[in-house]
Design a protein around this ligand. Structure first.
Ligand code: MF3
Ligand code: CO
Ligand code: CO
Length: 262
């Protein structure tokens, strides 16, 4: 398994792409309200990415994916396809996943939104998914292992009596959307590849309210929970630095520091 090590020049390009992906989530946020269609959210992001950022929405035509972002509502785990018939309603939860390509490099990030007042269980699921990602990011530094990341996510999420999706994982990222290594969201501490400065990858845990099993819908993209219960996901793109990590897709609304140094 060969993992590319990014040069400082490449990391600078990834900073820009990462910031643009984060900014796209910022600009779509005010539109994520009851009554909007996921197709409309797709158009807003697409137009911003192409017209304002002069960037490329990576999902569009990626392995045949038909839209520019993924919108995953309620029991949809990931890769939900935006459409003009799906209108958000009070109580829904939705993940919006944005990936942009700028100057040849990818930035990939997603966040959860709640429509109106979420149920207690939905809020808790969303919080646990985000916290699991943050706990994993904090472990990233040279010499740490990929298994440390999976283990902390699994331990925390299962300790909260939720489950971790196995079939989909984080990934190396750079000039290629999905490259090595695979970043599993479960596993054993002290196992797996050792991290080194210049590695760039995503951490994007999918946490289910009920059982971890997944089902692929006939559209061959939409992944749902087999038990039809809720799923939540958050994603950041990060790079391993000499001393720890740098989150390339951090947003201003997050109470988390961009690097391990604060
Ligand atoms: N953004 C997703 C990820 O985090 C991948 C979406 S691929 C698509 O890796 F084709 F569904 F858009
Ligand atoms: Co990703
Ligand atoms: Co993504």
């Amino acid at each position: 398994m060969t993992v590319s090590i990014k040069t400082p020049e490449q990391i600078q390009k990834m900073r820009i792409a990462g910031r643009m992906a984060a900014e796209t989530l910022d600009i779509v946020t005010p539109y994520v309200k009851a009554g909007v269609s996921t197709g409309e959210l797709n158009r807003i992001c697409h137009d911003y990415i192409t017209n304002v950022l002069d960037a490329i929405p990576a999902p569009l035509d990626y392995n045949g994916f038909p839209k520019s972002i993924c919108t995953s509502v309620n029991n949809v785990i990931c890769h939900g396809i935006p459409d003009d018939e799906r209108f958000l309603k009070e109580g829904d939860i939705i993940n919006i996943d944005v990936t942009v390509i700028k100057d040849g490099f990818h930035g990939d990030t997603s966040k959860m939104f709640t429509i109106g007042k979420p149920s207690v269980i939905a809020s808790r699921l969303i919080h646990v998914a985000q916290e699991s990602m943050y706990r994993a990011i904090k472990l990233v530094k040279p010499g740490a292992r990929l298994g440390d990341i999976g283990a902390v996510i699994q331990k925390y999420a299962e300790g909260e009596r939720f489950s971790v999706v196995r079939e989909y994982c984080g990934h190396g990222i750079g000039e290629v959307f999905h490259e090595e290594p695979q970043v599993l969201h479960y596993g054993k501490k002290g196992t797996g590849m050792e991290l080194a400065p210049g590695m760039a990858f995503t951490i994007e845990p999918m946490i289910n309210q009920g059982r971890r099993e997944t089902r692929l819908l006939p559209d061959e993209w939409t992944v749902v929970t087999k038990d039809r219960k809720l799923s939540a996901q958050w994603e950041h793109t990060l790079v391993v630095t000499e001393t720890g990590y740098e989150v390339l897709t951090l947003r201003d609304d997050e109470n988390f520091s961009r690097t391990e140094a604060g």
